[in-house]
Design a protein around this ligand. Structure first.
Ligand SMILES: NC(=O)c1ccc[n+]([C@@H]2O[C@H](COP(=O)([O-])OP(=O)(O)OC[C@H]3O[C@@H](n4cnc5c(N)ncnc54)[C@H](OP(=O)(O)O)[C@@H]3O)[C@@H](O)[C@H]2O)c1
Length: 259
């Protein structure tokens, strides 16, 4: 059986764009998200259009045992896995104290725990292929503290560091780990993150399309690159975050996300 590529958060945004791209390249796909109707029609559309097999699982990855359920679904159906794309994630904009602790914990489980658990459980399956890939979607926010998006940025720093360490550990194996760090991308992200108008306007000037980000991410994954920051503007931003005093960078970010 031709192996599958598993993409979390593939009902919309960057994950959906990656699914479209990989379907065109004739890969079988396993799609994961919470929106059943969208996943059902999108899977059928891709399978019909591209002549591939597309299966989907409706699951909230922030819930306990979710990764285990994904693993059991894969094992039960004997899906060979060639790539794991940990893309599902969201942010919470505004002051840290504004949100109930439960909501912060939900975000941390989706952005950090789910990728770690899926990676751990699926690594043995990935190792069964001649060549396989892990692609983690972090963020340009991973390179600095972002007041007003504080915990989200911290979750993405975690994912960046985890990905780089794991890539090194696996360097003599058939599995490569790539972390992609997009900046502002035109998706549903700002709505769920409740990003204020000021920050939305700032992002609109820099927004990349989900398709462009997905293309860069998939290219980096297949090239076995460890880390990819999408777009030269974001690369420049990350360079300045490294170069300039942290206080300046944090003040600038706080100005954008201030409500
Ligand atoms: N857009 C940006 O500006 C930007 C910048 C940097 C990094 N990123 C990162 O890019 C990734 C993709 O985000 P996006 O911009 O494409 O946002 P999006 O349009 O909101 O898409 C998020 C995807 O994740 C799924 N998802 C959300 N919560 C989930 C859960 N609990 N369990 C399972 N699936 C869940 C959503 O589907 P359902 O709602 O159907 O569950 C959707 O398919 C995220 O990790 C995000 O942090 C985005």
């Amino acid at each position: 059986m031709k192996p599958y590529i598993l993409i979390t958060g593939s009902s919309k945004g960057i994950g959906k764009a990656m699914a479209e791209l990989l379907a065109k390249q004739k890969n079988n796909l396993l799609l994961i998200a919470r929106s059943e109707q969208i996943l059902a029609s999108f899977s059928k559309e891709l399978a019909d259009k591209c002549g591939i097999d597309v299966q989907y699982l409706v699951i909230d990855l922030a819930k306990e045992n979710a990764a285990e359920k994904v693993y059991n679904w894969i094992q039960h159906n004997n899906y060979p896995i060639q790539a794991l794309i940990n893309n599902a994630g969201y942010g919470l904009s505004g002051s840290f104290e504004k949100y109930p602790l439960m909501q912060h914990e939900d975000m941390m489980r989706l952005n950090m725990l789910a990728p770690v658990q899926l990676t751990y459980l699926l690594l043995p399956l990935l190792k069964q292929q001649a060549r396989s890939y892990i692609l983690n979607v972090a963020s340009a926010a991973a390179y600095q503290a972002v007041p007003g998006l504080t915990l989200y940025a911290a979750t993405k720093s975690f994912l960046l560091s985890f990905s780089r360490g794991l890539q090194y550990e696996l360097k003599n194996t058939n599995v490569t780990v790539t972390v992609v760090c997009p900046g502002a991308t035109d998706t549903d992200f700002p709505n769920r993150a409740q990003v204020g108008l000021k920050a939305q306007k700032a992002a609109a000037r820099l927004n990349m399309s989900a398709k462009d980000v997905a293309t860069m991410a998939i290219d980096a994954m297949y090239a076995g690159k460890t880390e990819k920051i999408t777009g030269w503007m974001n690369q420049l931003g990350v360079f300045f975050a490294w170069l300039l005093p942290k206080k300046w960078i944090e003040k600038a970010a706080a100005g954008i996300y201030k409500e």
